[in-house]
Ligand binder design. Structure first.
Ligand code: HEC
Length: 113
């Protein structure tokens, strides 16, 4: 009886760990990508540097996230300018569509509350 109980609770434990770690997974991955791809060379969380801050980008676009997601993910890959000033964004051609979308999802969640 004790054995069965023990096995049952350990299953529950692993299930619990799986459930709590799952939602964080995509977010961690996005943050790692943003670090690895050197986005912080030109972007900060809350202050403009060479590029606009993540918060400013989120504040401008989050409301229309469904419409702008693809466009902005494309801009991460191909670069482009004209939205924030005279300096264009550099292309990041090593970034895949999937990675760009993950990063965009994270960026659009950074709007100041
Ligand atoms: C060499 C500097 C530089 C690097 C590196 C850089 N950016 Fe940018 N980024 C910019 C500039 C400048 C702009 C503003 C472009 C404009 O005016 O449309 C910008 C704009 C953006 C925007 C907003 C686009 C818009 O139209 O609102 C996003 C999203 C973005 N960058 C994401 C990233 C991500 C993700 C990375 C890393 C893969 C990255 N950037 C790396 C300079 C950079």
């Amino acid at each position: 009886m004790i054995n069965v109980l023990y096995r049952y609770t350990s299953y529950l434990f692993f299930l619990y760990v799986f459930i709590i770690s799952f939602p964080a997974y995509g977010q961690d991955q996005a943050e790692t990508l943003i670090n690895d791809e050197m986005c912080y060379a030109c972007h900060q969380l809350d202050s403009a540097s060479i590029g606009p801050s993540w918060q400013a980008i989120a504040a401008r676009h989050a409301e229309r996230r469904d419409q702008v997601m693809q466009v902005l993910a494309g801009k991460i890959i191909r670069g482009g300018g004209g939205n924030w000033g005279v300096v264009p964004m550099v292309p990041n051609q090593r970034v895949s569509d999937e990675q760009a979308l993950l990063m965009m999802q994270w960026i659009l969640e950074q709007a100041p509350r």
